[in-house]
Design a protein around this ligand. Structure first.
Ligand SMILES: Nc1ncnc2c1ncn2[C@@H]1O[C@H](COP(=O)(O)OP(=O)(O)O)[C@@H](O)[C@H]1O
Ligand SMILES: [Mg+2]
Length: 287
């Protein structure tokens, strides 16, 4: 049996534990329609708490509603990649107007980043480029009653120029009542730097989700579900030990589960003995 636990950053967990309220809130933000405050949001919390996992789950919610979803990570060049993703694909974007050149795509898919090689755009121009690309995509989507979600992970202050351009463009799209949502995520230090930036005041209105650990009883319950549905068993006592040793920290949930599973490779029963072994195997146990 494959190990169902995935102690890997950014990995979608077998069960997203304890985030029901956040998911419901996001569903409502999409279902309530244009103008809902939850359509501009950010997620923060320490490393390994589940920010990326939550962004992915938001993406799934949007896809379920037939929205287009673009996931980006905020390292250098993300805005160009975003524009490329927006103009790419099956949507029939005929041309993209740029401040210095007019690029006629004439129906043939052209990699925009290649065509743009060497042109470095000023922040205001970049905002405009993004806004146009997103606007054209939305023209197509909205006709079919669909929307566009953009998620931006690992937001850091070092990418502030691109983030300013994106936020400015996004602000216009929201003001124009386009069917769009934007969720970004980053470490708590990002919140201070980014939200204190005087160009990014618009983002201060974003709906904030500060992720914290999962209550131990919920971890216990999830462990039981994951273990039994994947063909093994564990007593309540063992489940108690396992869940307590995670301290509710999502990364530890995966790690503890992973080792408990790995150590019972040849058996269907996870025992107290296994929990002791897996506990001492966890490198970040005392961290
Ligand atoms: N709600 C959750 N329930 C169970 N496991 C989770 C949950 N959120 C995240 N994880 C798992 O924890 C680990 C870290 O999650 P990740 O989203 O990468 O954290 P972050 O982006 O905050 O650093 C991953 O292995 C992920 O599958
Ligand atoms: Mg992450």
């Amino acid at each position: 049996m494959a190990n169902p636990f995935k102690p890997t950053a950014g990995m979608t967990p077998p069960v997203l534990i304890g985030r029901e309220d956040d998911l419901e809130e996001f569903e409502m933000a999409l279902d309530n329609g244009v103008g809902d405050l939850g359509r501009l949001a950010y997620v923060t919390g320490p490393r390994g708490i589940g920010k990326t996992a939550l962004l992915n789950a938001y993406g799934d919610i949007a896809r379920d509603r037939k929205w287009d979803v673009i996931d980006e990570t905020a390292d250098q060049g993300f805005l160009d990649r975003l524009v490329e993703a927006l103009t790419d694909t099956k949507t029939k974007v005929r041309s993209v107007e740029l401040p210095t050149v007019r690029l006629d795509l004439g129906g043939t898919p052209v990699g925009l980043s290649t065509s743009l090689g060497g042109i470095s755009l000023e922040p205001t121009q970049r905002a405009l480029t993004f806004r146009r690309a997103a606007g054209q995509r939305l023209d197509v989507l909205e006709k079919k009653n669909r929307g566009l979600l953009i998620t931006l992970d690992e937001v850091q202050a070092s990418d502030i120029t691109e983030l300013r351009a994106l936020a400015t463009g996004m602000q216009h799209l929201i003001r124009e009542r386009r069917n769009v949502a934007f969720v970004f995520a980053g470490l708590p230090s990002m919140v201070e730097d980014v939200l204190n930036d005087n160009v990014l005041t618009f983002l201060r209105r974003a709906n904030r989700t500060v992720l914290s650990g999962i209550p131990i009883p919920e971890v216990h319950h999830a462990f039981r579900t994951i273990i039994t549905t994947n063909g093994k068993q564990a007593s309540d006592e063992v489940l108690d030990t396992l869940s307590a040793s995670t301290r509710g920290y999502p990364f530890m949930i995966q790690l503890v589960g992973y080792w408990a599973w790995a150590y019972t490779k040849n058996s269907n029963v996870i025992t107290t003995e296994t929990t002791q072994k897996s506990d001492s195997a966890s490198p970040t146990r005392s961290g």
